[in-house]
Write a protein that binds this ligand. Structure first.
Ligand code: DLL
Length: 433
């Protein structure tokens, strides 16, 4: 069990971590150059050879990879091993364009599961725990990743997948689930459902490992209160392996990136210039221990800050802040940059739950934003004047934070569809025209 809290790795000195990264990067670059013609061509176009990369300090010389490259090279173009050595694929939901398909050798699966096991142990998991995995199984990495991590820790693993909320709650009560793994929006829904059924004292959860979508501190507070647990964030993306690229520890102040496997950089998303640690920008990852899908300088589009500070948990790996939105999730409404998380913060601070939807449209050549927000059962009222006053309060709060007018429509409790995976927060009708 102790294997997955690996203090010699997770608490290693900065010098030691850099030494690992330098050695692994040099090998990985040569490996990719030799095996992936698509990336070799990109290096050649930039006039870089593997000999030019002798340490992490040379990372900036390498070309970036983006989702567009993954689509161009779909399906096998970035795979660095013959099919005979790959044992698994996982894939993104692919709402627009081609899906992204990532490949794994057995060794890759092992390292990915190690990362997830570290996350479970950082959330207090041991072999005595009952780990309830309600992330989707299948192509999505959430189920497979946490499932594999839980096995490695030696916990009893419940492969629930998402959906069928009644069954989820029944198993949680009957089998005494202690750690819940799912998206934060599904955790909020489960919490709501458990409390409505008066079953809170029959559940034994102590922790939750929630990620795969943006969630605010206010949402964390609500879930922790509703389920009586400590809620830990976990981050990852299919292209880089899946969940467990970074995870939160008991300090709950950012997610430690597994720096023995991934090198993180922050860049200015417009100029592509590398920014110093501590500045906000786009997160870029370079894999240094992968066999099948070793992406170098992959632009995640996630906007965040890296912090290298002494952590109360003793881990030394750099911490990333919660992603503050994706550069491609940012809505531009009437020329103003709007992140759904800003609106969520307002709603949660004013006592609403995170059940809302943003509807963006274009009317007479001008952008419009409508925010539909569910009232909580306590707020629900038939009095038109009361509802109007509440709507006005939200309109003013949004004007103050975003600088634009948003129409607010309060809707009845439970009228916005609940999600069992990643929540659908934005409907941008402008994309349909
Ligand atoms: O969402 C992997 C995952 C599964 C992470 C389960 C955590 C838990 P994708 O479907 O490829 O992979 O989506 C990756 O989701 O680039 C972020 O924009 C977003 N994301 C992932 N984790 C977080 C998080 C999985 N903790 C994309 N907070 C990433 C905010 C997150 N956004």
């Amino acid at each position: 069990m102790e294997r997955y809290y690996q203090p010699e790795i997770e608490c290693a000195s900065r010098e030691q971590i850099l030494a690992w990264q330098n050695e692994r990067l040099v090998k990985q670059v040569k490996y990719v150059y030799d095996r992936v013609p698509y990336y070799r061509k990109k290096m050649e176009e930039k006039g870089v050879t593997p000999a030019d990369v002798t340490s992490v300090a040379d990372l900036h010389k390498l070309p970036f990879l983006t989702k567009a490259d993954l689509r161009d090279a779909y399906p096998y173009g970035l795979c660095a091993v013959p099919i005979s050595q790959a044992v698994r694929i996982q894939s993104t939901s692919g709402t627009t364009g081609r899906r992204v398909v990532a490949f794994y050798t057995q060794h890759d699966l092992d390292l990915w599961e190690d990362c997830c096991a570290r996350a479970i142990m950082a959330a207090g998991g041991t072999k005595d725990d009952v780990v309830h995995v309600s992330y989707g199984y299948g192509l999505f990495t959430g189920g497979a990743g946490l499932h594999g991590g839980s096995h490695k820790v030696g916990s009893l693993t419940l492969p629930m997948s998402s959906g069928n909320t009644d069954r989820q709650i029944q198993f949680m009560c009957d089998l005494g689930s202690t750690i819940l793994c799912c998206t934060p929006s599904y955790a909020a829904y489960l919490s709501e459902s458990i409390n409505e059924r008066g079953l809170k004292d029959q559940i034994h959860l102590k922790a939750g490992i929630f990620g795969a979508e943006a969630w605010t501190e206010e949402m964390r507070r609500d879930i922790e209160k509703g389920l009586g647990i400590k809620a830990y964030d976990i981050y990852g993306l299919t292209e880089i392996s899946g969940p467990g690229v970074a995870f939160e520890c008991s300090a709950q102040g950012g997610m430690h990136i597994n720096e023995d496997h991934f090198i993180a950089e922050i860049i200015d998303p417009v100029t592509e210039e590398v920014l110093p640690e501590g500045e906000k920008g786009e997160l870029v990852f370079t894999c240094i221990t992968k066999e099948a899908f070793p992406l170098l300088r992959y632009r995640t589009r996630d906007i965040c800050v890296l912090k290298r500070e002494k952590c109360a948990c003793g881990r030394t790996h750099v911490k990333m802040s919660k992603p503050m939105g994706r550069s491609d999730d940012m809505l531009i409404i009437k020329g103003v940059n709007v992140f759904p998380s800003q609106i969520e913060t307002i709603l949660l601070n004013k006592g609403y739950a995170a059940n809302y939807q943003l509807i963006v449209d274009r009317v007479n050549n001008s952008d419009t934003l409508e925010v539909q927000v569910e009232m909580t059962p306590e707020m629900f009222s038939d009095s038109v004047s009361e509802v109007t006053a509440k709507e006005k309060e939200l309109v003013n709060a949004m004007k103050a934070m975003l600088g634009i007018y948003a129409k607010v429509r309060l809707v009845a409790p439970k009228s916005i569809a609940r999600s069992e995976g990643k929540a659908v927060r934005v409907i941008d009708k402008r994309k349909l025209y």
